[in-house]
Design a protein around this ligand. Sequence first.
Ligand code: ZN
Length: 680
Amino acid sequence: MELDLDSHSLNATDTLSIKLGKGGAEDRGHGTTDRTVAFLLNNRLHIDYIRVGSEDLQWRRTGGVKPGESGVPTDADLLEVHLPASINGNDIVLNLSYRGVLYEPLDSDGVLAATITPDFVYLTPAAHWYTDLPDGSLSTFRVSARVPNGYEVITHGKLVARREEGKTTLFTWEADYPSDNCFLLAARYRVTHDIYDGIDIYTYFFPEEQGLSESYVDATKYYLKMYEEMFGPYPFSRFAVVENLFPTGYGMPSYTLLGRAALKLPFIVHISLGHEVAHNWWGNSVFTDPAHGNWCEGLTTYVADYHYKELINSGSAAEYRMDILRTYSNHIYDEIDFSLEGFTEGGVPRTEKAVRSILYGKCAMVFHMLKTLTGPDNFSESLRSLYRERKWKQTNWQDIQKTFEEVSGRDLDWFFRQWVLEKGAPLLELTSAAVEVAGQGGTYKVNFELSQRPPVYRLLVPVVLVTADGERHRHELEMNLPRQRYSLSSESRPKGLSVDQDADVFRHLLAEEIPPTLDKVLGDREMLIVYPTKGNDRLIGEYKALAHQLKHLAPIKPDAEVNEEDLSKGLFLLGGPDNNLVVKRLLEAVPPPLKFEGKSFILNETKHDEEGASLFFCLSNPYNKGRAVCIFFGLSPEAVSATGQKLIHYGRYGYVLFVDGTSMDKGVSPRIMDPLSVVF
Ligand SMILES: [Zn+2]
């Protein structure tokens, strides 16, 4: 492939080896009649010829392909090539030549699929810049690309040749292992090289980011060591961290593509990089099966993002799990829920929130419960075995079930049916609890009842009994009925009992278990936005404009029209007590750390009267304890307009203080009560 950067074009010759009779390559009538084979190619590329050997073949474009799940527009045509009866056999080698312009300005909005410019060459599989069968089958690749001297070309696999010829350099990359797609990038990168345990580590950064290279190399070594110990040898001979001009965090086989702005953020090198390294085991060498859900994001999240919390301490890990439960409970209702098996790419459009919450969050929790159920040793051994047995193969949930069953020697059919084939989550309640003195020797019994709403799940529920002498006894109780009674005995006087306090079970939280956060309000299907009507016109105007921007989320009302029934909804209130009648009415319910004081307010014992200050603060709705109220106000019209649109990015917080649009202080208000705990 020749890349002409100034004219934004490529000129390619392509050798496509296909096995007919498999996958999407059609096969009609062996050797006796004519056959056809179909593949995809970008419709802006002009085809010069398609041949087998020296024989020119007839072909036709059969039309476009619908956009993929990612929202990236695909402009591929399905090309149908006519194979005359004279071409025998099922191993067909097609030779093609094609050329054309692939260009989108680098500053265009949204996600780019392909562009060729002197600043950056970015060719994604979504752009179909190479020929591919439409069936999601796996391929090996060998790519040669010619660029002007001074540029570096990178794709996956190994760089097998790099030859300067006059003013150009020809790069040849070879990936001899199967993969599902091919990205290619070229730019004036500076390349650094290091080595860890026989694995070549590279960074491809622009000169401005060169200073970050060392920290990325060090972190890469750390993660490679961690995951080789966890799962087995790294599947490739190299790993590269490649800077992208677009904001991505992609984990490709043997490299990761990280956006320029992200590269500089400390959590990227500490969390996201590790996640992308782990994808080389899960997703890039043990592949998902596109027709049967996606297990690899949840597993990668569990062994990366979540595992790093475990390495800090068990409290951080529990908080991470609780956050998964909160997000699911706040945002997912039956109509948008889906089963892990039922998630297929290119299928039903899903909201980003639902994909994050289920494919990453719920799925990570499923692996967590699998670990609890089979034990940590079986869990590790199952993952090692899965990697050993399924490397370079498309792997579905059944394969995972089989591996875990073989290693643990347990029947896990019910587990996978319940958590993978079905959507949804259980809802647990502690319906009664009492202490009984059991014998004369002063032993005690704690009797309690757990209930769950239908459909009934089979669960392993952790229950902690705390005794008067401060000891904590953890029990794992089996539950498989709508209501079940339990009795735990204790030598010393029981002081309290708590059910699944560390969120070890994936479940819907009870409304009272969820602290009031902006997400809780925004995720409430019975939400009302209330704007103020009293006060300075410009300030009221800003609040109204903000309400209008949020109108896709919920109905809007002026404060004077809010009735008693409205008060029990999830409320998003704009304006402080001087402006908004509803805020004034709720004033008594506002807990510390917030206090209104004339034209100013006090947050966490600090007084704020700056013109640029604004705050959102969430509390439990005093008219309906299961729901939350969010109050957003600013001390000037400018403060309101500078912050309004940013609010939704802070959904997980209970309050955030902004000054001139920049967040200065944030936190979560504590839960008011825990319905799954009792104190005796
Ligand atoms: Zn991922």
